[in-house]
Design a protein around this ligand. Structure first.
Ligand SMILES: NC(=O)c1ccc[n+]([C@@H]2O[C@H](COP(=O)([O-])OP(=O)(O)OC[C@H]3O[C@@H](n4cnc5c(N)ncnc54)[C@H](OP(=O)(O)O)[C@@H]3O)[C@@H](O)[C@H]2O)c1
Length: 161
């Protein structure tokens, strides 16, 4: 599976149940990259979307408490979800949030990380994958500006994957 996220200088990914800020270029990148794929997320992330399910994607949600969610396929544990996504022909993206990134990182061999060069004082975090020796940077964009913020798109691959 491929993990996709945006994080700031402190590896923060969210604040008060929502995203750190509006980054139109990153939203476009996310839409185009995940289109026609399956996206796996935690119940809190799903509920944070103003419009749900995410269109043109198979929405898969992990929740221990809810067994049915409109517009999504729900799994109560990672094992069942992994069995299901392994049977899919399409690409599968892990799209957050913090709990789900942590849970599913061991099953990902690719990570698409957008760095936003700001400090937002977030309250949920990923980690500094750039300095994790088990991952290597395979592609990186120049620094780009969106909504007054500097961002960079990076692709990491798990070593020996
Ligand atoms: N920067 C980014 O790219 C990005 C992307 C996505 C989200 N975010 C942000 O991340 C934050 C949300 O992250 P979060 O960590 O609070 O929540 P989350 O990962 O979205 O969802 C957590 C929920 O997932 C379910 N869950 C977790 N582990 C499970 C397991 N092993 N089996 C079954 N269900 C499981 C539980 O749902 P139940 O409580 O229903 O049991 C749990 O409460 C928000 O601020 C959001 O905006 C940022």
């Amino acid at each position: 599976m491929t993990l996709i996220l945006v994080m700031d200088n402190d590896c923060a990914i969210g604040k008060n149940g929502g995203l750190l800020c509006r980054l139109p270029l990153d939203m476009k990148h996310f839409r185009e990259t995940t289109k026609n794929s399956a996206v796996v997320m935690g119940r809190k992330t799903y509920e944070s979307f103003p419009k749900r399910p995410l269109p043109d994607r198979e929405n898969i949600v992990l929740s221990r408490n809810l067994s049915k969610i409109n517009g999504a396929t729900v799994f109560g544990n990672a094992e069942e979800m992994l069995k299901y996504v392994n049977s899919l022909e399409k690409k599968v993206f892990v799209i957050g949030g913090a709990e789900i990134y942590k849970l599913l990182l061991p099953y990902c061999d690719e990570a698409l990380i957008t760095r936003v060069y700001e400090n937002f004082s977030g309250d949920v975090f990923f980690y500094d994958i750039e300095h994790d020796k088990s991952w290597e940077l395979s592609e990186s964009s120049p620094v780009l500006e969106t909504n007054g913020k500097n961002i960079r798109f990076m692709r990491f691959l798990r070593k020996n994957s």
